[in-house]
Design a protein around this ligand. Sequence first.
Ligand code: PEP
Ligand code: MN
Length: 367
Amino acid sequence: MNTQKNLGNWLEKIAGTYPLMIAGPCSAESEEQVLATAKGLAGDKRIQVYRAGVWKPRTRPGNFEGHGKKALPWLKKVKEQTGLKIAIEIANAAHARLALEYDMDILWIGARTSVNPFAVQEIADTIKNTDKIVLIKNPVNPDLSLWIGAVERFFRSGIKNLGVIHRGFSSFRPGNYRNEPQWQIALQFKDKYPNIPLIIDPSHICGRRDCIYDIAQQALDLKYQGFMIETHINPDEAWSDARQQIKPGKLKDIIDKLCLRKQRFQDPKAIDKINFYREQINQLDDELLELLSERMKLAENIGKLKKQKNVAVLQRNRWKEIMDKALYKGNKLGLSKKFVEKIFLAIHQESIEKQEHILKQKKSKLN
Ligand code: PEP
Ligand code: MN
């Protein structure tokens, strides 16, 4: 890809000096729901694009899979009545043809489609050399090359208005998020292609309403250029992704709260001060590492003794004693219980691994 070309000029044309805001329901459920949600969003310069899923890729069969073609005239109405640009998801060539026929402004490629080079290629072939804006969501799995590959297919098909959407990555382990953000993957993308706008989708990362603001603010701090946030006139009754959708008024509150922070200190006095603190932090970090290394050596000495005397590595009483002491002292020093527990768990785990390594050496000598 020719990274010199600015593939993101479209964004400024649509959003002006604001970050781009794409808002609207997960799914287009009825003409009334589509128009009522749009009315709730329209007339605020900070919201420029209306999104709605017309074809819904559902994980399990039997859920609402979208109205398809029938919903496209509803979205045209939104465009005519509100002036908002329209964004829809397309997942195959047939969707792409209909999106062109109904003159949708922005076409996005969903996370379940970005993983599939055949589907991406047939869409790219269908819309090639048009001035459509194409936004490519990260694939569901954390694979940067696959994401880049999908973007390249559109670029090679003569699509010059490109952007990417970071919607998080699925994981087998249940965690804090519906889709783990794994920020470093999106930031690596941005490093490689600084001219392609990077948009955050906090709704699909969070999977719930209460962390949408935090993820959006973090993205803004990391210089993302836009947001896609699912918004519904009546979120609790939504036919898909009900837990993560918010009302138009709530979205406006979030936008009010978002703040553009400076990337760096500019005042020379503040710069001097911060350097003074940072030097001390560097010094302390060095000392911490040296102390940890010393601690591990002591643990290894104990490991050697345990080996000689054939004593088990894990000693529950000793572990409890260490943790209790650390928590007591940590509390006195103003460190949170959660933090002290995490650190000492990691230190203890490392000591155990070192001692077990020593004990294993013994076994292989006996054999
Ligand atoms: C959506 O935006 O509604 C959607 C289906 O998203 P994703 O492709 O990120 O799962
Ligand atoms: Mn959704």
